[in-house]
Design a protein around this ligand. Structure first.
Ligand code: F1P
Length: 305
């Protein structure tokens, strides 16, 4: 297998993000399936989808659109567990529509609370379980590692909040085509940081490199970084911040000798850039990011376990 064929699906999928995001923006403007302003919302998912849930929850609540919590589907405190939270709507994010924890949660919620599912595979079992389905089949993927589905879901959700993402699309066009510098190919370790809605992006960036490169990555809310994790920073390692920079952080990282990245580009485009870096890091290590070690497209658990 050559470098070009390793991760061929991931390559095509991550590179198509600007165009696919434009479709998601148009779809979001044409549909009204999401909770009304003021409704109490829980957003759930697993893995990548959970991190997109985190970003949307932070953005919706910060925009003053209503209480919005995010949970890993396996650890969700939704209406069945806690009357006190009293959610009006539970939103599920799942590319495959077959993830066991998500299906179990929605099954338990049937008839109790309105559910909305954002999905890639519109033929999947979740279609019969959710009260409303937002299908993004054009964003679905063949690589096990998610790139454009996750970001397109977030683009849809942010657009529905009234966020203008035209700059994200423009910045992403450059991010997905730019060459990856040698120091990012060689780096030993990456820590990703974010604030508010970009914390979820930081966690997703870290997961991406763990999945596709089997690399050592960490991720934190940016203001948490100086409370311990900065001990990891050192020459040959990277600290990569998405979005707003906490005062003094740049200087603090500079003192460690680590490479500090905060480009000022749109955070979603920065995540697309991490996708590109991840693909190229996998390739130079002889890995195929379309088929990561120990990972399948969807985690379907044995019912007897
Ligand atoms: C969720 C997920 C992915 C992960 C892998 C396995 O899938 O955990 O985040 O990268 O592909 O499945 P889904 O519920 O969004 O289909």
């Amino acid at each position: 297998m050559t470098d070009a064929t390793r991760g061929a699906f991931m390559d095509e999928e991550l590179t198509s993000q600007p165009e696919v995001w434009e479709r998601a923006i148009a779809q979001a403007h044409a549909e009204e399936l999401l909770p009304a302003d003021g409704q109490r919302v829980a957003v759930i998912g697993c893995g990548t989808s959970w991190f997109m849930a985190q970003s949307y929850a932070a953005a919706r609540e910060a925009a003053g659109k209503g209480l919005t919590d995010s949970f890993a589907a396996s650890e969700a405190f939704v209406n069945t567990n806690s009357e006190a939270r009293n959610y009006d709507v539970v939103i599920a994010i799942t590319r495959s529509g077959t993830t066991t924890e998500v299906l179990d949660l929605l099954t338990g919620l049937q008839g109790k609370v309105r559910t909305v599912a954002l999905i890639g595979d519109v033929e999947s079992p979740i279609v019969g379980l959710a009260d409303a389905v937002i299908g993004l089949p054009y964003a679905d993927e063949q690589s096990v590692v998610q790139t454009r589905f996750a970001t397109s879901v977030l683009v849809y959700l942010l657009s529905s909040l009234g966020v203008d993402l035209s700059q994200a699309v423009e910045d992403a066009r450059i991010a997905v085509t730019a060459d990856v510098p040698q120091e990012l190919l060689d780096a030993e370790q990456f820590t990703f940081l974010g604030r508010g809605w970009t914390v979820g992006l930081a966690h997703e960036a870290g997961l991406k490199m763990r999945e596709a490169v089997q690399g050592w990555t960490e991720s934190y809310p940016a203001m948490e970084y100086r409370h311990g994790p900065i001990s990891i920073a050192a020459p040959g390692r990277v600290t990569w911040l998405f979005g707003e920079e906490p005062e003094g952080l740049r200087d603090d990282v500079a003192r460690t000798g680590a490479l500090y990245i905060n480009t000022g580009k749109h955070p979603l485009a920065e995540l697309a850039r991490v996708h590109k870096v991840t693909l190229e890091r996998a390739r130079v290590r002889g890995l195929n990011p379309d088929l990561p070690r120990n990972l399948t497209r969807s985690v379907i658990l044995d019912a007897t376990v």
